[in-house]
Design a protein. Structure first.
Lengths: 734, 154
């Protein structure tokens, strides 16, 4: 039996109350770490309705569960409430899910990022459901004058067999609200879960297929105007002047004016990062009118810093990799002497370009700012950070700022950086009216916040028996030093050296799905394939030998190695079994393998590529995943499939390049994204069933697939691929 | 500005807009039918797909002045109760992740299945190639279209 103390949550108050007309409302702070304000403590009934952090049970037995975190397509709006519902023992068909608004006093980490929503939320979500269940049982025990321990609950029905009593949640809800909140509650054994681990359809599915207004860009409010921005055409340029008189008189145009998104005297906050400090705003009655005005407007820009180019970035990164770091990120043994002793030494360099996030829903935000308060609604992965930035920029306390979270048409890290929210605020404040800011695709793609461009150089030494005796990695990226020096193969090689460098650029960068891992995994796993080949070993066997070493006799302190070699080996063995890997081609298909650990989860993949067409096609991907307990397998597989297609697509086709600071791709006519025909024909996913608490799932399938792809391409074409996108090298897919 | 009488989802609607306005923005801004999505504005992503008569078209490239008498169907009007075979199949396969591109995918798939009720995998891939899904739900979309094809033919 697992007991969980509810007491830590009592700091932010776990309370219950009655609903008007019958029913129970349980306020809980499933992700709370917070400090209750004096008003919250003294004014309990009001709090229920203020805090919006609750689970409601109606007198008809319907249960409303608030989903605390932003939804970007990772499906937390379904999976987080599933965890509450399982511990509550309610029938899932009687659950209604609502998106919670931002409330930093009550919720902790209302954030979509780092694949952490489920991992961080897990215990609190379970506790919330178990507490409500406990109180319903206590109410029934009191009503029937029986011992609570003899009561059973199944799918929203409370029963006491000996007295032949039975009641629905709805019948007991009002009474349950009067029961004391327990000091501790019992959690289910993992094998007693009946919602967790089962396929449940996306709760927003019926609204998505009928085109309901779910997304930020769909927001329509009374008196709302449309706003657009014009930003500098190049990184390194800034606003100088404009003549907007003619444009201001265009049909439907209300105003055209420069805005200071970031005001000099304020301290730079999270959502100012990566933004463009000064922009031009266009406000009008309709989107099309604003677009026409945007085309007609002439703005003069001036150079404020260097106008960079892709060629310059490449040269600078190469130069960095030819230098030595005075303070290596990690050093075990002595690589220099090991390379001297080595029988074989292999050295390879890999690179990848800047990438735009390209969420299908372009950046947008609704703002209604008055002197008294500010209301916002829209797609944001970091509503709390945005609120703080808005408070700073508007000079308004956070209590007067209200942010609602719309469903997001994709995130991939882009909406971690909410400068568009600040832009919307400043425009609304200027207009003294509600506005919805909408970016065009061109604005969205050329604004920046890109995945950094990277280069990494690997050098490996093998002894006569084909054992890996030395590993030297040097990584560099734009505004990002790329390496995770304590990840595999650190700990598995006696002589290990990791050096990292960051290239300062004025092209803004940010987290892009599986930051750093999205490049380093593919490079490392492709390099390892070459090293295994040089060692004359099967690539899976070669990796397993290294994990065995890291497990039995780790180099350095085991806690300094950021992975569990047993779980790592576990996914490789599972994918070997499922794909029938024996080191040879299957049915004429070329195969590649890859494995990676990130976001606390382990993924191994085998990719089969047909070689019977002019250009290779991905036939099938087998994917083994260890992310602990899987909440919703159907949705989990969707995340895995998406990550695989995303990884293959970007590594093969996508890049952002620059000339004179200008982004060279502005829309999907020249910025290529993977399409239907190029996607793998089949993807099969397998999860390790180990009962361990859940870990990340939205990101971990992306990084390794790039290695599996490169390794299969080599088998299919005889050519190794070092530079992304692979389409710029000789062979292509699909 | 000019007046246009449009047949949208079986209803006639009057709008007063610039004749160059793409139907996408007439639907979204004037008629408040926001199910049709803005993705690229240059007919590259398919998020804005609607039916003009029986044909799937990119509403971001279709000026209101070019519509005339032809009827327009959007995702909101594809079926009365969200029970078109393609919508049902999408639900069953739990296709979507973020969901933003799916109205366009569904509108394209439903027009395609009307022309070709029993498509092969390759025909599906070819027909759907103009609709980008950034989340990568392509394999599920293909399954759902095959599923919808069998629902329609049952």
């Amino acid at each position: 039996m697992t007991l969980i103390k509810t007491t830590y949550n009592r700091r932010s108050f776990l309370k219950s109350g009655s609903l008007a007309g019958g029913g129970m409302i349980l306020g809980f702070s499933w992700l709370a770490s917070c400090k209750p304000t004096p008003e919250q403590v003294s004014n309990i009934p009001k709090e229920w309705f203020d805090i919006n952090s609750f689970l409601k049970i109606g007198d008809n037995g319907m249960v409303t569960i608030m989903s605390p975190n932003p939804e970007i397509g990772q499906n937390v709006k379904t999976s987080m409430p599933m965890i509450v519902a399982d511990e509550l023992d309610v029938d899932w068909k009687n659950v209604i899910v609502e998106q919670a608004p931002l409330n930093t006093d009550i919720f902790q980490r209302q954030l979509a990022g780092g694949s952490q929503s489920i991992r961080v939320g897990w215990s609190g979500l379970r506790m919330a459901g178990a507490t409500a269940r406990h109180m319903l049982v206590a109410a029934a025990a009191d009503a029937w004058q029986v011992d609570a321990s003899e009561i059973t609950v199944d799918a929203g029905v409370i029963s006491h067999a000996a007295s032949n009593n039975s009641a629905g949640f709805g019948d007991m809800a009002s009474k349950a609200a009067t029961m004391p909140v327990p000091e501790e509650v019992k959690l289910k054994e993992t094998n007693d879960f009946d919602i967790i681990g089962t396929d449940r359809l996306n709760v927003d599915g019926p609204n998505i297929i009928t085109g309901k207004p779910l997304f930020g860009i769909d927001i329509q409010e009374e008196g709302m105007m449309i706003a657009m921005i014009v930003h500098p055409p190049a990184f390194g340029m800034t606003f100088k002047s404009m003549n907007a008189d003619a444009v201001k008189s265009m049909p439907g145009i209300k105003d055209v004016f420069p805005i200071d998104v970031y005001k000099d005297e304020t301290e730079k906050q999270w959502s100012d990062a990566g933004g463009i400090d000064k922009l031009v705003a266009i406000v009008g009655e309709s989107t099309w009118q604003c677009m026409q005005a945007k085309k007609a407007l002439n703005v003069e820009w001036e150079e404020s810093s260097a106008l960079e180019s892709t060629e310059g970035h490449n040269v600078a990164l190469t130069k960095l990799l030819n230098t030595s770091s005075k303070q290596p990120a990690r050093k075990d043994g002595n690589v220099a002497s090991a390379f001297k002793k080595a029988d074989k030494v292999i050295e390879r360099t890999y690179s990848a370009p800047f990438l735009a996030h390209n969420t299908m829903e372009p950046m947008n935000f609704y703002a209604d700012v008055t002197a008294e308060r500010a209301l916002f609604n829209g797609p944001i992965q970091t509503p709390e950070f945005l609120e703080k930035t808005l408070a700073s920029r508007l000079g308004m306390p956070v209590e007067k700022i209200d942010i609602k979270m719309s469903r997001m048409g994709g995130g991939f890290g882009r909406r971690l950086y909410g400068t568009f929210g600040v832009e919307a605020a400043v425009i609304s404040q200027h207009m003294q009216a509600p506005i919805k800011l909408v970016y065009t695709r061109e604005d969205d793609m050329t604004q920046g916040t890109y995945r950094p461009t990277y280069k990494v150089k690997y050098k490996a030494g093998l002894d006569k028996e084909g054992n890996l005796i030395a590993w030297h990695v040097k990584g560099a990226g734009s505004n990002d030093d790329l390496l995770f020096e304590n990840r595999f193969p650190a700990g598995a090689v006696d002589n290990y050296l990791a050096e990292k460098f960051s290239l300062e650029t004025n092209v803004t960068t940010g987290a892009w799905r599986a930051p750093r891992s999205n490049f380093i995994a593919g490079a490392e796993q492709a390099f390892l394939d070459e090293v295994a080949e040089a060692a004359g070993k099967d690539p899976i066997e070669f990796r397993l030998e290294l994990f065995d070493r890291a497990f039995k006799n780790p180099v350095g302190e085991p806690e300094n190695n950021d992975y569990d070699p047993v779980r790592y080996a576990g996914v490789l063995k599972l994918v070997r079994e499922k794909s029938g890997w024996d080191g040879s081609e299957k049915n004429g298909a070329a195969r590649g393998v890859s494995a990676y650990y990130c976001h606390n989860s382990y993924v191994a993949q085998v990719l089969d590529m047909s070689t019977d067409t002019k250009s290779p096609t991905v036939n099938k991907v087998w994917c083994a995943v260890d992310c602990g307990i899987v909440i919703n397998p159907m949705a989990a597989k969707n995340q895995i499939e998406g990550g695989i297609i995303d990884g293959i697509g970007h590594a093969t086709y996508s890049e952002m390049t620059f000339e004179d600071g200008k982004p060279q791709h502005k829309n999907f006519d020249t910025y290529r994204l993977i399409r239907h025909k190029e996607a793998p024909k089949e993807i099969e996913s397998f999860f390790v069933d180990n009962g361990i608490d859940p870990t990340g799932l939205g990101e971990p399938s992306l990084p390794p697939i790039i290695g599996a792809l490169a390794n299969a391409l080599y088998k299919a074409t005889g050519q190794r691929h070092y530079n992304q996108p692979f389409i710029t090298e000789k062979s292509v897919i699909g | 500005m000019a007046n246009f009488s449009l047949k949208v989802n079986g209803k006639t609607q009057e709008v007063d807009v610039d004749p160059t306005t793409p139907i996408l923005w007439v639907l979204r801004d004037n008629l408040k039918l926001v199910g049709t999505k803005f993705g690229c504005g240059i007919a590259q992503c398919g998020a804005c797909t609607v039916h003009l008569g029986d044909n799937a078209v990119r509403s971001c490239q279709l000026p209101v002045s070019a519509v005339g008498e032809q009827s327009i169907t959007t995702i909101e009007g594809l079926s009365e109760n969200g029970d078109h075979p393609v919508q049902k199949a999408w639900l069953e396969e739990d296709v979507y992740q973020c969901g933003y591109c799916q109205a366009g995918q569904i509108m394209n798939a439903s027009a395609f299945l009307k022309r070709n009720p029993n498509p092969t995998d390759t025909e599906i891939e070819d027909a759907m190639n103009g609709n980008i899904c950034r989340c990568g739900t392509y394999t599920r979309i293909k399954k759902a279209i095959k599923n919808a094809s069998s629902i329609s033919n049952a």
